[in-house]
Ligand binder design. Sequence first.
Ligand SMILES: [Zn+2]
Ligand SMILES: [Zn+2]
Length: 229
Amino acid sequence: MSEALPTTRLRIRRFTGGPFQENGYLLECLSTGKAAVVDPGHAADRMAAAIQEEGLEVEAIYLTHAHLDHVEGIPDIRRVTDAPIFLHPADQFLYDRAAAQAQAFGYQLKGELPAVDREIQPGTSLPVGEVALEVRFAPGHAPGHVIFHVPEDEVALVGDVVFHRSIGRTDLPGGDFQELLQSIREQVLTLPGSTRLLTGHGPDTTVDEERMGNPFLIPQTRGDEGHFA
Ligand SMILES: [Zn+2]
Ligand SMILES: [Zn+2]
């Protein structure tokens, strides 16, 4: 289902589907009407239909990381736009193995993935019309995982770094539990507390909600000393 989320300069719609219930996002700059896609997954066919029906001009496809569930919908999006694909280079090896990832989960890609067009550089910002997505490097779940922060809208797209009351898994190739906890501490918990976190799976949350209520992050669990490793 797609769902409108309350924001100011960006209209953000979430499209969820597939065996992993992955959340893909369609971002639209309200002043220019220009759009970008983040992590097109299993429900990207519905996202593509919305893009086409509304005649949206998609400027880019931005990937938080290259796990299968976040990239498998790229062929659907590419049927309605030739927007370039952006990925951090440390996740290129995962992108290249997408077909093998699919096979391991017992299904086939909807289509071959087109080549990545641009490298995402942490510390830079990426445009959606007039709105800037600030790129933060947050490895641990995947080695090239990035998150996109929109300070003016107090929202961040965090992919599979942190979820409502949970964190990303670290048992996949390139995963690292301590590195993930460090990324969450340094790149997520340093955002303003009211920042809304749009996650790769499940409901959205906020920095403060996870700082206080996430069992992996509250000090009592001593999660940062490896008790979950
Ligand atoms: Zn992932
Ligand atoms: Zn995922």
